[in-house]
Design a protein. Structure first.
Length: 109
C-alpha cells in the first residue's frame, strides 16, 4: 500500500471550494517541501506528497488565507496545521474549512 498526503480547502463564506489558495508543505526544520495552489474543486492538482515522498515525522501545511480573502478585512493570515505522519504507507488527507475569521480541520479519508 502506498501512502500520500492530500488536502482541500472549502470557503464557508462563499459556500464552495476555495480556488487559488496557496498551500505550503513544511517539515520540522521549517523547510518548504512543496508549494501548490488549489484548483476549481478546492483541491491541489497533485498530492502534497506522493508515495515516493512519504515519510514519518512532523509536518505542517500552511494555508495562505489573507492572500485568498484579500477582498475582506479578515483576521487570519497564514493558517498552520501541524500534524504527525506515523505510518508513511497510509494516506493522510488534511482539509481546511475557512472564513477570513475562523477555520476548522480534521483528518479526512
Amino acid at each position: 500500500m502506498s501512502g500520500k498526503l492530500s488536502t482541500h480547502v472549502l470557503d464557508l463564506v462563499r459556500g464552495g471550494p476555495a480556488v487559488g489558495v496557496r498551500v505550503d508543505l513544511v517539515d520540522e526544520s521549517g523547510a518548504i517541501l512543496k508549494s501548490l495552489r488549489t484548483n476549481a474543486d478546492g483541491r491541489t492538482d497533485e498530492p502534497m506528497t506522493s508515495a515516493d515522498g512519504m515519510r514519518a515525522g512532523i509536518f505542517e501545511l500552511r494555508f495562505h488565507l489573507a492572500e485568498y480573502f484579500a477582498d475582506h478585512t479578515g483576521f487570519l493570515d497564514v493558517v498552520p496545521v501541524r500534524f504527525r505522519i506515523a505510518d508513511a504507507t497510509q494516506s493522510y488527507h488534511v482539509p481546511l474549512l475557512c472564513t477570513p475569521w475562523a477555520y476548522s480541520t480534521y483528518r479526512g479519508s
